[in-house]
Design a protein. Sequence first.
Length: 382
Amino acid sequence: MKNEHNISILGSTGSIGTQTIEIARENPEIKIKALAAHRNIKLLEEQAREFKPQTVSVTDENAAKELKIKLADTDIKVISGEDGLIDIATADGADTVVTAVVGIAGLKPTIEAINAGKNIALANKETLVTGGHIVTKLAKEKSVALLPVDSEHSAIFQSLQGCRDRKEIKKILLTASGGPFYGKKREELKNVTPSDALKHPNWDMGAKVTIDSSTLVNKGLEVMEARWLFDVDIDDIEVLVHRQSVVHSMVEFCDNGIIAQLGTPDMRLPIQYAITYPYRKPMKNNVLDFTKYPSLTFDKPDTETFFALELAFRAGREGGILPTVFNSADEAAVELFLKGEIGYLDIADRIKAAMDNAPTVENPSLDDIFAADKYAREFVKK
Ligand code: NDP
Ligand code: MG
C-alpha cells in the first residue's frame, strides 16, 4: 500500500480546495508540495504556514507582491500570474494535482500537469467539457490517471471498480438534487435573486457551481464530463432527480444489474478517494444513517423549465466548440447575474442564443477553444 501522497492544489482557497486541505490535515501521509489561489492571500498565507509547500502562486499580481512580503520570513517561494498557476500544476515532487479552480481557467494548467506526468484529481469539470477530446487523449498517451472528484463521477467511478469490460455498461444514471427551485415553473422564477439561487438544499459549494446547480447547467456540464471520463455515448447518460443526494450516481450494466454508490452529501469522500485511490482511508463524521431517509425518491428532470440541461445534451451531441460555448456563455451569464445586471431566466436564454449563433468548428484545437470562449463571453455581454 502506497503510504505517501504528494499533491499540489490549484484553487486551494475555494470550497473544494479547503476541503482538500482538511483531508490533508487528517492524513499526515498526504503531503502538500504546492498551492495556488486567485487573490485570497489571507487564507493562502495560513495554508502555506501550516503545510510549508515549496511554492505558492497567486494569479493576481498585486496580491502576489503582498503575499511575498508576508511570507518573507519563510523559505516558501511566491509566484504569480497564469504562468504561476502552470508552475504549480507541474511542480516537482507532486504526483497528483488537485484541480479545484473554477471555470475554463483550469484547462491549460491541467494539460500542462498531464504533460508533466501528474495524475489528476479532477474537480474542475470545465476542463473536460471544453477540452475533453484533447485531455483524455493526452492522459492516455502519458499514462496518467484522471480521477474524478465531482461526487457523481466519483460514484460512477467507484461503481465501475470491478467492471472488466466497458462494453458491459448499458447506461449511466446521473443523479441531480434538483436544486432550490425544484418543482417551480418559469413564470415563478422570473424574479429570482442571487441570494435565492445561492441557497442550495444539500451542498455547500462555491458561488458559480451553486448557481449552476439551480439552473441545471451544472448537471449539463456533468453529463459532458461523464461522457469523456467514462467514454460513453452522451445518450447513454440519463439524469434522475434525487432530492436527498444520498445515491450519488449509478451504473446500469448489460444484464440490467445496477451498482450505485451511496453516502452523506459530503465532498470530502470523493476528494480523498481521488487522492488515495485505489485505497480507501477511514473518514470522520460522514456516516450515513438510513433511518433519517425513510424514502429515497427519483424523478425525471423538468427540462421545459430548466432547458439548459437539454442545451447541454445538444452541445455534447454536436461537439466541436459547442460545449465550450455552452460553458463560457454560462460563466459570463452567471457573472452578470451575480452582479445584478441580468435576470435569472436570462442565464439559460443567453446560453441558447450564444449556441444558436456560434460557428461550427470540428475537432477544435486549444486555440479554437479559447477563441470560442472569447466569442461566447462577448456574445453574452452584448
Ligand atoms: P470556489 O469558487 O469555491 O473556489 C475557486 C478556487 O479557484 C479558489 O481557490 C479561487 O481563488 C481559485 N480561482 C478562481 N478563479 C481563478 C483563476 N482565474 N485562476 C486561478 N485560480 C482561480 O469553487 P469550488 O471549489 O466550488 O469549485 C471548484 C471547481 O470544482 C469547479 O470547477 C466546480 O465546478 C467543481 N466542483 C465543485 C464542487 C463543490 O462542492 N464545491 C463539487 C463538484 C465539482 P480565490 O479564493 O483566491 O479567489
Ligand atoms: Mg457534482
